[in-house]
Design a binder for this molecule. Structure first.
Ligand code: BG6
Length: 482
């Protein structure tokens, strides 16, 4: 279904995110017939370019990051006809009259994507207002990092709020745009089967793992100031935690969902220092060593920033009292794999006796790759050997279950279309972001005040030995990263 005609201005239109995600995503939606041909994409950046110069950049970006273009040459040409460019100075006056000229057409939705450093958010908001482009229907899209602590996030929220109301601000957390992340809600609230068991009476614990094989690459400068806590936990992992733990919202509607997520964050207990471990990857060993260590990658031999983190937390509410939630994420781990596992308790009594063995049901939701759901079920070991129990997976890979025809829509594509539709369900509200920082700030301050240094872990492994110890102490184990 096509969305209504729109103008999308991308500040930072020549930047990495625009080239890798935003522009290829828009092209896919154009090919799918969702972006109307009358829509316009207006790149805006400091680089001095004309429309054709920018179209060249857009075409290159789509060729590099847009997947298989076979048979789409005409589509690409048509798409480029919707692309324009304005050279602009975010902190000065240059380019603003030209942009204003573009935004005069009133028959369409207007959205401004702030794909720039957060330090420019205030300047952009201010100028949009000054040049009469901040109308009550205008939407703005902002990216993480949304602040680096509670104080800066509050400041950013206040800066944007000076010119835009909350229902005009779309804070992107691209994890919320992932197909399987939304499936989490479908599985929980679309089935009778799981929800009655979704509480501390039946659930032993929950694990959330977001493992990456990449290192910090060329993002060392940003990453070394952030670390895994700010880069991944405060946003992506907390959003996953919220979706897995929240109460059923009354409706799948923006504030109904976001109210429930906020309650989860506010119910989180402070994390105890010995319930958290941080790591930094070491260089790859062996003759074919390709990757430098974390410290080499960021160019600081004394960096105290973590590239891995594992922690245990508790949600103090009626549903989850006493159920630990374990979360871990890291770079240069053994595999790229994101998974949420709900580990159920053992049956209260085994009628088969101690020798039969006992297993726990585990419901695993794989976010990437091979999106799908696996439910571990206990059955009898086949054969004449008596009643011995084994654990077998009821396995559903979405690609197999739904066929290859099921449309793959990247997180950014979906989220940008949601901006145009005016649907904020999959975007973070200002108070959610602040609550998340209020929880992470004391953890980070604790490391800093104690001068803690992350422990090294070899590249290609699953983090620090302390992270395994965190589980072992509780008589539990991390699920294998695969
Ligand atoms: C980004 C982080 O938000 O998410 C990156 O800044 C991380 O460090 C990335 O690599 C992971 O996203 P995805 O979609 O590849 O899991």
């Amino acid at each position: 279904i096509p969305v209504d005609p729109f103008d999308l201005v991308i500040f930072g239109g020549t930047g990495d995110l625009a080239r890798r995600k935003i522009l290829p995503g828009l092209f896919h939606r154009f090919c799918a017939g969702q972006m109307p041909p009358s829509a316009r994409i207006i790149g805006a950046a400091r680089t001095d370019l004309d429309h054709d110069g920018y179209r060249g950049i857009v075409a290159e970006a789509i060729e590099e990051f847009g997947g298989n273009l076979g048979g789409k040459a005409q589509k690409l040409k048509d798409f480029l006809d919707t692309v324009f460019y304005v050279t602009i100075d975010a902190q000065g006056e240059d380019g603003w009259p030209e942009l204003q000229e573009f935004c005069k057409q009133k028959d369409r939705i207007e959205a401004f994507y702030f794909s720039v450093s957060p330090s420019l958010f205030g300047d952009l908001a201010e100028r949009l207002h000054h040049w009469g482009m901040a109308g009550p229907e205008t939407r703005i899209v902002v990216e993480k990092p949304f602040g680096r602590d509670l104080a800066t996030a509050k400041h950013l929220n206040a800066t944007l709020a000076a010119h835009f109301s909350e229902d005009q601000i779309y804070r992107i957390d691209h994890y919320l745009g992932k197909e399987t992340v939304q499936n989490l809600m479908a599985v929980r609230f679309g089935n009778m089967l799981f929800e009655p068991l979704w509480n501390s009476q039946y659930v032993d614990h929950i694990q959330i793992t977001v493992a990456e094989t990449v290192g910090v690459g060329g993002r060392g400068e940003y990453y070394d100031k952030a670390g895994a806590m700010r880069d991944m936990v405060q946003n992506h992992l907390m959003q996953l935690l919220c979706l897995i733990a929240m109460e059923p919202p009354a409706r799948f509607a923006p504030d109904a969902v976001r109210d429930e997520k906020l309650k989860v964050i506010r119910a989180l207990d402070p994390v105890l220092p010995h319930h958290i471990t941080r790591g930094q990857y070491e260089a790859e060993q062996g003759a074919e060593k390709q990757h430098p260590s974390y410290r080499e990658a960021v160019g600081d031999p004394r960096s105290k920033t973590e590239s891995f983190i594992a922690l245990k937390c508790h949600i103090s509410n009626w549903r989850w009292a006493g159920t630990p939630f374990y979360m871990r994420t890291g770079k240069r781990m053994s595999a790229r794999s994101s998974e949420i596992s709900v580990v159920f308790k053992e049956t209260p009594h085994s009628i088969f006796g101690a020798d039969a063995g006992r297993h726990r049901n585990v419901l695993s939701i794989r976010l990437q790759p091979n999106e799908g759901i696996t439910l571990g079920v206990t059955i009898k070991e086949p054969g004449p050997g008596g009643m011995r129990l084994i654990d077998v997976p009821l396995d559903m890979t979405f690609a197999e279950a739904l066929g290859d025809d099921s449309e793959h829509v990247d997180a950014y594509e979906r989220l940008i279309m949601d901006v145009i539709r005016g649907n904020q369900t999959l975007f973070m509200r200002g108070d959610e972001v602040e609550a998340a920082w209020a929880w992470t700030d004391p953890i980070i301050e604790g490391w800093e005040s104690r001068g803690e240094v992350p422990k090294p872990y070899p590249s290609g492994t699953d983090g620090t030995t302390d992270s395994h110890e965190l589980m072992r102490r509780d008589g539990r184990k991390w699920r294998e990263v695969s």
